[in-house]
Design a protein around this ligand. Structure first.
Ligand code: FMN
Length: 198
C-alpha cells in the first residue's frame, strides 16, 4: 500500500482535499495530513467543519466516516521535527490540494518556513512525485511564473478545473472529477467518474 502526504492550504476548495484523503484512506493507503492555518480557517468557513487542534485525526476520521482502522495521521504546520520534514522519510507522493497561490509562491522561492513548505521542498529535491492542485482565477503573471517554475522543478500542476463532458449534475460530480484526475496521476484506482468512451 502507498504512503501519501496531503496538504490542505487556504485556497478555496478544501472539499477537494477532504475527498482525496477519503479516497486514499478507503483504498487502504497510509495518509499523512497537514493543514495550514489558513486551510483550517477556509475549511471552517466553506464546509462549516471546524477541525479541532487536538485529536485531529479522530475528528477527521469521524467527519469522513472512515473505518476506525484507517491509517490516517495529522501532522502540524509548525512541527519542523515531524518525519515529513526529512528526505530520509519514505513517501510515495505528496499532494497539495487545494494549493494557494501563496503556497506556490513560497515553494517556488524555496522558503521552507513551515512543515507543508518544507515537506514539498523535500519532495522536489528527492524527486518524489508532487502534485499541486491550484485554485485561483484569473491567474496573474506572477502566479503563472511560479507554476511554471514548479513544473520545471518536477511538480505536476493539476488545477481544480472540473470538466463538463461527463455531464455533472451535482457539486459532488464536479469535486469527484478533479479528485479523480489526481488519483489517475497517482495511479490509484477509483470510480469517481465515468471515463470518456466507457
Ligand atoms: C474564503 C477565502 C478563500 C480564499 N480562496 C483562495 C483561492 O481560491 N486561492 C488562493 O490562492 N488563495 C485564496 N485565499 C487566500 C489564502 O487563504 C491566503 O493567501 C493564505 O495566506 C494562504 O495561506 P496558506 O498557503 O498558508 O494556506 C482565500 C482566502 C479566503 C479567506
Amino acid at each position: 500500500m502507498g504512503r501519501y502526504t496531503v496538504v490542505i492550504t487556504g485556497a478555496s476548495g478544501s472539499v477537494y482535499g477532504l475527498r482525496l484523503i477519503e479516497q486514499l484512506a478507503v483504498a487502504g493507503h497510509e495518509v499523512a495530513v497537514i493543514l495550514t492555518q489558513a486551510g483550517r480557517e477556509v475549511m471552517a468557513y466553506e464546509l462549516e467543519f471546524d477541525l479541532p487542534t487536538e485529536d485531529t485525526a479522530v475528528a477527521l476520521t469521524r467527519y469522513l466516516e472512515l473505518p476506525k482502522d484507517t491509517q490516517l495521521r495529522v501532522a502540524y504546520e509548525c512541527d519542523l521535527f515531524d518525519p515529513l520534514a526529512s528526505g530520509s522519510h519514505p513517501v510515495d507522493a505528496m499532494i497539495v490540494c487545494p494549493a494557494s497561490m501563496g503556497f506556490c509562491a513560497a515553494l517556488a522561492g524555496g522558503l521552507a518556513r513551515d512543515l507543508p513548505e518544507r515537506a514539498a521542498d523535500v519532495a522536489l529535491k528527492e524527486r518524489v512525485p508532487l502534485i499541486l492542485v491550484p485554485r485561483e482565477t484569473p491567474l496573474s503573471l506572477v502566479h503563472l511564473r511560479n507554476l511554471t517554475a514548479l513544473t520545471e522543478a518536477g511538480a505536476i500542476v493539476c488545477p481544480a478545473m472540473p470538466a463538463y463532458y461527463h455531464r455533472p449534475t451535482t457539486i459532488d460530480d464536479l469535486v469527484n472529477f478533479v479528485v479523480g484526475k489526481v488519483l489517475d496521476l497517482l495511479g490509484v484506482e477509483h470510480g469517481l467518474f465515468v471515463r470518456w468512451g466507457e
